[in-house]
Design a protein around this ligand. Sequence first.
Ligand code: GLY
Length: 570
Amino acid sequence: MRQSASRNLFTGVLAILLLGHALLAAAATREPVRARNGMVASASLHASEVGVQVLKNGGNAVDAAIATAFAMAVTWPTAGNIGGGGFLVYYGADGTSTTFDFREKAPLAATERMYLDADGNIPDNINHDSILAVGVPGTVAGLALAHERFGSLPWRKLVAPSVRLARDGIPISWLLHDSFKGRKSRWDRYPSSAKVFLKKDGSLYEPGDTWKQPDLAKTLRRIQKDGRDGFYKGKTAELIADFMANNGGIITLEDLARYEAIEREPIRGTYRGHEIVSMPPPSSGGVVLVEMLNILEGFDLASMGHNSAQYLHVLTEAMRRGYADRARYLGDPDFNEDMPLARLTSKEHAANLRNSISLTIKSESDPQQFADRYESPETTHFSVVDKDGNMVSLTYTLEWGYGSHIVVEGAGFLLNNEMGDFNAQPGITDERGRIGTAPNLIRPEKRMLSSMTPTIVAKDGVPLFATGSPGGKTIINTTMQTILNVIDHGLNIADAVDAGRMHHQWLPDRTIMEKTGFSPDTKHLYEALGHKVREVGGIGAAMAIYRDPETGILYGGADSRAGDGGSASY
Ligand code: GLY
């Protein structure tokens, strides 16, 4: 599918003529950024520009992704990180595709019931909101492994821009100002955090101020010089371990030295003649995405009409079933050897599930089974395409916005609170969203289940578009709707990421819908099918790049929901 504006106009006119009102939404409303040689779409335009400079210097998509990821640790501290973890999906122009797992791990001292009091409750949300919520970070190891496998420029050149950004500073945007302000009381909890996010006198950085992070610059310099050892050994590791020991944490030098990122075989699926390549467990993203797409392949979504009530109903029913399987089966593959991944992603399983869907009434979510707990919507995704058409799709996170909000004294970076993504109360599953199923219980050195869904869609062995999003458990549905918007509804990539979105995760049994994304008429028709709706602001912030396989022209879709974001290109 070509992405040019004229083609979209033609498609829109044809749709009106042939199918009337239903496909009107397929006409282009936003022009994608276009380029011939390379592009990075991220939530931080500063970081996208760093990545594009690497491409201009002759680097490939993996080089640019590494530089962008380090830059976002400086410029987008809510989720860009070196103290968290994530996933990278790669699809080369030569047809090679693979993934890198750098999800955080539970420390060696972690135990199944570590957060529970004598009554089996979790006091003060400590699994999410304390120094005990910190998992062993994976980002630096993941980026180093991807570089080892596919990097073409020297590592030091990829880290250098972020050292400069941290040392020389970046201008505070309105978004950063508001975001730091909203967390003022949290920075005050730890002097090491206040030192980074507040001025010396305790006041806030104002829009336009230059924000410098000298301790982070020194940490990045060590990583630049010594690679992964600059984080997991030596001075940085000592700063982390000492900080933990002095503040009641449990991560040790041994935890850090033992951390390894893992290259994993992707989850692969097909959808209407396209290949779907996505992240395997410990992310649930790829499995649930492929399962839902398989279910939907049996419906004529295009003729239902983009975001019509009938379409949203069918999507909801697919989501309900995909997320139920997520809760039932998925966890860290290194601790769950019997996960039925082949079955869950098979067309047969999807056909069985499809047969249980009525087109006229919603089905029930059984709260007695496997509720799905809360996951933070704060994460970040970016996509990269280089001049040869190699693609990277990378999602990483600190879990909450700014993770634990705890900065390591002297090292200048934030620690994640990813331990909150484990099932902390074994056996307790209820309508409140607690889930106690076995695959995701805490074990030392286990990776907690994720929803991150970095994905690349290919056709005939050639990567076509890279996409993904932040958004906690909504990530999988955002990624799916972006894919459907392109394949079924013919939207250009910018419209595909900007279109209104909805989300259902089986339990709680209600749909969240973007308030401005759907007409009241559509909502009423949808509710008449039995669905309960809660309206919300924005869902996710998809960052996607489409490459026209005939012309090689790149089309950027940086979600307008991400205020400081953008596609940089050349
Ligand atoms: N912490 C969000 C996720 O891993 O999906």
